[in-house]
Design a protein around this ligand. Structure first.
Ligand code: APR
Length: 228
């Protein structure tokens, strides 16, 4: 399963590509590339500090909770791969979860390669909790032009899965946007749950259009009823 910003929209977190989305107010090349961070780390820290602080004001929604229920009750294998850097899946209770684009509540030391939990604001003087060198840590976020995390594990899951489901993602950003094609090529059934048809809509066998908070609990109910 692949999730994107749409699954956290009903929790109150902005998506990226909506008319009131994050990429309307900020240019990707100013806040979400390694070059932007090298040029103006303060601006990049401000952007992620605000988003990290916002996590303290929101709660998981019905879609996160339904996927956490699936994690507990599904008798077979399951993997949620999220592009989201919020922590709402794990706060709802999902355990079989990979954050392919990193985590807002994480830092990464570019000196000693340590990745660690980071809850408060981060600035250019912040020190790595392990090597203690100042000025060399950054938000643990995969920026444009960087390699997403866990690609080997994700590829293995795509090769082996019987069903691939994408929830709340526009299908605009690779490699995640290509997962549906890999899974379908290997014989998996494919389902898209989204507010509107995504850019990859033609690659999915089945579509359910509507709010994730309504459609995901309904789908999970059906799946668990069929499996019982
Ligand atoms: N329920 C279901 N779908 C929704 C909802 C909702 N309540 N609200 C919005 N959506 C859909 C939108 O219609 C859109 O297709 O969620 C999708 C969100 O798309 P994007 O804003 O592009 O977010 P995402 O696909 O997660 O972006 C991918 O792009 O900028 C990068 O790294 C960032 O991980 C992010 C990646």
């Amino acid at each position: 399963m692949l999730t994107g910003a749409g699954i956290s929209a009903e929790s109150g977190l902005a998506t990226f590509r909506a008319s009131d989305g994050l990429w309307e107010d900020h240019r990707i090349e100013d806040v979400a590339t390694p070059e932007a961070f090298a040029r103006d780390p303060g601006l990049v820290h401000d952007f992620y500090n605000a988003r990290r602080a916002r996590l303290g004001e929101v709660e998981p929604d019905a879609a996160h909770r339904a996927l956490a229920r699936l994690d507990v009750e599904w008798p077979g294998e399951l993997l949620v791969v999220t592009q989201n850097v919020d922590d709402l899946h794990e706060r709802a209770g999902s355990r079989r979860l990979l954050h392919m684009h990193g985590e807002l509540r994480g830092g990464w030391c570019t000196a000693c390669n340590n990745r660690f939990r980071w809850d408060g604001p981060m600035d250019s003087f912040a020190r790595c909790p392990k090597c203690a060198l100042p000025g060399l840590i950054r938000p643990d976020i995969v920026w444009f032009g960087e390699m997403p995390y866990e690609m080997e594990a994700i590829d293995a899951a795509l090769m082996a899965c019987d069903l691939f489901v994408a929830i709340g993602t526009s299908g605009a950003v690779y490699p995640a946007a290509g997962f549906v094609q890999t899974a379908a090529y290997r014989g998996a059934a494919t389902l898209e749950i989204n507010l509107e048809p995504s850019q990859g809509r033609i690659f999915f066998d089945e579509h359910r259009f509507g709010l994730a908070g309504v459609e995901v609990p309904k789908w999970v109910d059906e799946l668990l009823t069929d499996a019982a």
